[in-house]
Ligand binder design. Structure first.
Ligand SMILES: *[C@@H]1O[C@H](CO)[C@@H](O)[C@H](O)[C@H]1NC(C)=O
Length: 213
């Protein structure tokens, strides 16, 4: 009985927040996603495609602007799976955090975004816009975006998770993993735009089954 009451009050709270700012669709989403969040295994093919295309649109724009040739990111299922596992980890506490080295043995690059107050996923475009807006702050404040643009990174996989129904805090986490990681060797290059274009991938390993990356 207690759990049911808690669940109802949480729903009311999240509905109120949705009404305060989000689109109407989110209302519907909250009720249905709550039912199946326990078995949710990851993201739709459509959302995967959006993640990939949004990344590559940014790369097309900025890699050329920074004097490089555009190099696309390819989607990778292993990175997607590991990103999903980390998103599930983040929604336990609703606090954005990076995996420790033991939790990320291949040292993939990691970008994550958390939004509280709703269990509906943020549109990919909004998350990418938030990351893009950091760009002009310079490195390291823009490190999520230098990772997106890093020309030496060839693979990406993203996923999302929502907090389970009845958990203390309502939120979603969206996570992207990158192989190889970006964001290294800045001292070797003139500045961060040059590093984004000319530096290699920074971590050692490629995703499983890929010999060179
Ligand atoms: C980095 O250096 C290049 C080449 O010298 C220059 O064109 C570019 O504007 C610089 N970028 C930044 C962020 O200072």
């Amino acid at each position: 009985m207690k759990t049911v009451l808690l669940a109802i009050s949480l729903l009311v709270a999240s509905v109120a927040m949705v009404a305060g700012g989000d689109n109407k669709l989110a209302l519907y989403y909250d009720y249905t996603e709550d039912e199946r969040s326990g078995s949710q295994r990851g993201i739709s093919n459509q959302r995967k495609t959006t993640w990939r295309i949004q990344h590559n649109n940014m790369r097309k724009k900025y890699q050329v602007e920074y004097g490089g040739r555009y190099r696309a990111l390819r989607w990778n299922a292993q990175l997607e799976e590991e990103a999903h596992a980390w998103a599930e980890e983040i929604v336990k506490t609703c606090v954005n955090k990076a995996p420790g080295s033991g939790e990320n043995p291949n040292q993939w690059g990691v970008n994550a975004a958390v939004r509280g107050g709703t269990r509906s996923f943020q549109p990919v475009q909004n998350i990418m816009k938030l990351w893009e807006n950091k760009l002009e702050k310079g490195y390291p404040l823009n490190q999520v975006m230098t990772q997106v643009l890093w020309r030496g990174t060839k693979f990406v996989g993203c996923s999302d998770a929502a907090s389970p129904i009845g958990s203390e805090k309502t939120c979603t986490a969206s996570v992207c993993y990158y192989g190889k990681a970006g964001n290294c060797l800045f001292k070797k290059y003139g500045n961060w735009t040059e590093a984004v274009i000319n530096a290699p991938g920074c971590s050692a390993n490629c995703p499983e089954g890929i010999e060179k990356c």
